[in-house]
Design a protein around this ligand. Sequence first.
Ligand SMILES: [Zn+2]
Length: 254
Amino acid sequence: MDRHALIEELVTANHILANENVLDSFGHVSIRNPDHPDRFFLSRARAPAIIEAADIMEFTLEGVSVGAEPGKPYSERFIHAGIYEARPEINAVVHNHSPSVIPFTVTSKKLRPLMHMCAPIGDDIPTWDIRTKFGDCTNLLVTDLAMGRDLAACLGDRTVTLMRGHGSTVAAPSLREVVFTSVYMELNADMQMKAMAMGDVDYLSEGEIAAIKRGRAGYTFERGWENWCNRVGRPYVPGSREFGEGFSRTDPRG
Ligand SMILES: [Zn+2]
């Protein structure tokens, strides 16, 4: 693995997610270390838009820092640890307070995909409530491994879990995919609230969601990533094994 290149990609992901209204001063994105699957990379506690390569730290699946310690780690690194431990196929995780998603964490209205690009969020999105297992006196943050593991159990084999009164967490096999899904989840939530205000909403069907997920090629992620890199002035580096084998396929969306 080219560690330097991987860390630069993680910096880019931070800047993109901040620019696309998924992260603000808070929230974070991580990537599993391909050479040490029992470790992951995550920035020190800093606003994602201004994160640099020197901020990136490495953690074990217990959330313990190994290597350089440029500053205080995120207290919620256990979200990432818990998911990487439970899901060997997951290589990237975003925890966010994506603003349009929050209303769906505190009401009985279910977040559901209504536009084709948003299908990967799935139509079975659980809401993790920290109060269920950890009582009503927490500050709602996932600050230890027991909480991270409980969140991962709620997520199960899905892509997204909401977090009551807090935000959401997205898991995917690659960094590009987790960024893509996070960006379109925020857009879906915003569009869904507008559609619900207009009347009954005709959501994607289960069959449509499955077909879109099956047909989604690496090229689709690549196209979004290139555009989002351009928006934040980060270098676009096409292709690498991290992007998955679908990279060269034709984009079914044209
Ligand atoms: Zn949080």
